[in-house]
Ligand binder design. Structure first.
Ligand code: GLY
Length: 362
């Protein structure tokens, strides 16, 4: 089966790897190269119990996190590249009474649902993470959470896809057009390509591929890359104004802004200032860090904050795998499996009901 994937971010590469490893003849198109969209500013947080504020998103996130160990092992083996991935846990911090109340409510829900967690007073959280500011009232530890280095993962997924036979194409896809029974063509800057299936995984640029009109908009995220001589915290820290992700080599990612700025990928002084101030309120050593970079990505936001995964109801052979907003890295393994089951085996997993593109008339 010939499959064209439009978009070489983490979703396009994960779907491409899964399809190629199941024997499909895959072409992945991206004008910028792999991982240059939302993925480049992703902190790679794997935290469904924090970020899954909608029931459907929570369910999808939990299911995808459960696939992560195997997914990472397969990708690293196929790519022959290591990828930094840790289930280091996350510490959700409350710095005021309202936030502490929210953590207590979340902890009660987790206890009821049998989810492993530990709610602790601020001084116990300080013992766990001595670098944190003493202004904490309480903190909620979720040991199953973690992070993956998103850019490393995307480049490993692309390499793994290629080693399974996929082709990476540096060209722009301008239009998807039907070409008779069972054949879909894409008009690209490198010519017309025919295939049996086309998967639209172009993030916030998905609406630029005619005639597709998914309601996916760019939501800018700025992310700081700082560096310490030693890991300043040992797990993901989630505060009310920013989050911190520590890598093994002493790097600390501070994220992220959430801005409606259209397709503008500029890093701004206001964004950097906000993140530096917010992170310094969480971690006392922030002013001593080396400033490495600020990265900017455009997340693909949808009106209900859920992705679009599944077949187009108007164009046969066309599938959506886009609109993952703040959870593309977390949802990559599940998205890859759902799309490959659908495209290769015609199998409709019940999870697809949560993310049907036809909820927007697509
Ligand atoms: N998932 C984190 C972010 O979008 O900032």
């Amino acid at each position: 089966m010939r499959v064209t994937i439009v978009g070489g971010g983490i979703i396009g590469c994960a779907v491409g790897h899964e399809l190629a490893s199941r024997g499909a003849d895959v072409r992945i198109f991206d004008m910028r190269g792999t991982g240059r969209g939302a993925t480049q500013a992703s902190a790679g947080i794997l935290a469904p119990y924090i970020e899954g504020h909608i029931d459907a998103l929570l369910q999808l996130g939990i299911n995808s996190l459960a696939l992560y160990d195997r997914f990472l092992a397969r990708v690293s083996a196929d790519a022959q590249q290591p990828v930094e991935y840790e289930r280091s846990g996350s510490l959700h911090i409350a710095n005021n009474d309202a936030a502490a109340m929210e953590l207590a409510i979340a902890a009660r829900k987790f206890a009821h649902a049998g989810v492993a967690h530990e709610l602790m007073p601020g001084h116990d959280a300080m013992r766990l993470e001595p670098g944190l500011s003493s202004r904490m009232i309480s903190a909620l530890l979720l040991p199953m959470h973690g992070y993956v280095r998103a850019a490393e993962l995307t480049s490993a997924l692309a390499a793994a896809a290629v080693r399974c036979g996929a082709h990476m194409m540096t060209a722009n896809v301008e239009e998807i057009c039907g070409r008779g029974p069972g054949v879909v063509a894409v008009k690209t800057t490198a010519g017309l390509i025919e295939s049996d299936a086309v998967i639209l995984a172009a993030g916030c640029w998905s609406g630029r591929v005619a005639p597709m009109t998914p309601p996916v908009r760019p939501v800018r995220g700025q992310l700081l890359h700082l560096h310490f001589n030693q890991r300043p915290v040992s797990r993901v820290v989630w505060g009310s104004e920013c989050y911190l992700v520590p890598w093994r080599n002493g790097a600390l990612l501070v994220g992220a802004t959430v801005e409606e700025a259209g397709f503008d990928e500029t890093a701004t002084a206001a964004g950097v200032t906000r993140l530096l101030e917010a992170s310094a309120a969480l971690l006392t050593d922030i002013p001593q860090a080396r400033f490495e970079a600020v990265r900017v990505g455009l997340r693909p936001g949808t009106p209900d904050e859920l992705p679009l995964i599944g077949p187009s109801s108007t164009m046969r052979g066309v599938y959506y795998a886009t609109g993952h907003y703040r959870n593309g890295v977390l949802l990559a393994p599940l998205t890859a499996r759902l799309v490959a089951d659908l495209v290769i085996d015609g199998k409709r997993d019940p999870e697809l009901d949560l993310v049907r593109p036809d909820r927007f008339g697509l």
